[in-house]
Design a protein around this ligand. Structure first.
Ligand code: ASP
Length: 228
């Protein structure tokens, strides 16, 4: 599992990659941010830190999901990978991303994932990489990504959205459109983002068939959608 978290007010960030057994990898990412001098811990080192921090661990049974196992069975000798939102729309469990803006315009972003199905052992996606899968900066926006991670790394997607706002003066919606529906598509990348700017404007664009998404504003108005 991979996870990362970032605060927009001070650009502090924490991330973990290739962890097994940790019940809540995103809490571990937050501990990396708050309790260490580092940003990204991986593998057995990240797990040792989790034990030191007394994080909850679970056995493999806890993480077992019949549907995911079957999905992997179908793919395992094919050399292919798949995303949770590219097929089987009934299943809502996969990468989880969240972004938030408080009353003072403070932003935060977080992403947690088991990664793509049938990824190679040792493969790291965009989710634990600050700038690729997750980014937050009070000057611009907070972004969390989901999709085929390699393209999000190539496009440095989360940071690119922030850059277009910072350097080109684009609005959040314009910057997200430019990156998700133009630049990412050009690379051949499929996926989407959830994003919020420092004034509370939101954008949740995707270039796949659907993306499970929801939002709530200060008036408690909710939006819950899957398809366009
Ligand atoms: N971005 C994740 C990865 O590449 C997968 C996902 O978003 O579903 O590992």
């Amino acid at each position: 599992m991979d996870a990362s978290i970032m605060e927009g007010s001070n650009l502090k960030a924490g991330a973990v990659s290739m962890v097994r057994g940790v019940k809540n990898p995103i809490s571990l990412a937050r501990l990396v941010m708050e309790k260490t001098e580092h940003i990204l811990l991986a593998g057995i080192g990240a797990e040792a830190f989790a034990k030191e921090m007394k994080c909850k661990f679970e056995t493999a049974d806890y993480f077992y999901e019949e549907f995911r196992f079957q999905q992997w069975q179908q793919l395992k000798d094919s050399g292919k990978t798949s995303l949770d939102h590219s097929e089987n729309k009934e299943r809502k469990f996969g990468t989880v991303g969240a972004v938030a803006c408080d009353a003072h315009g403070n932003l935060a972003a977080a992403t947690s994932t088991g990664g793509m199905t049938n990824k190679k052992f040792g493969r790291i996606g965009d989710s634990p990489l600050i700038g690729a899968g997750t980014y937050a900066n009070n000057k611009t926006c907070a972004v969390s990504c989901t999709g085929s991670g390699e393209f999000f790394i190539q496009g440095v997607v989360a940071y690119d959205i922030s850059c277009l706002m910072e350097y080109k003066g684009m609005t959040l919606v314009e910057a997200c459109e430019e990156v998700v529906n133009k630049k990412l598509l050009k690379l051949g990348g499929d996926g989407g983002v959830v994003a919020v700017d420092t004034n509370g404007n939101m954008a949740m664009p995707f270039n796949t068939e659907g993306m499970y998404r929801a939002s709530m504003n200060t008036k408690q108005e909710k939006l819950i959608q899957i398809y366009r």
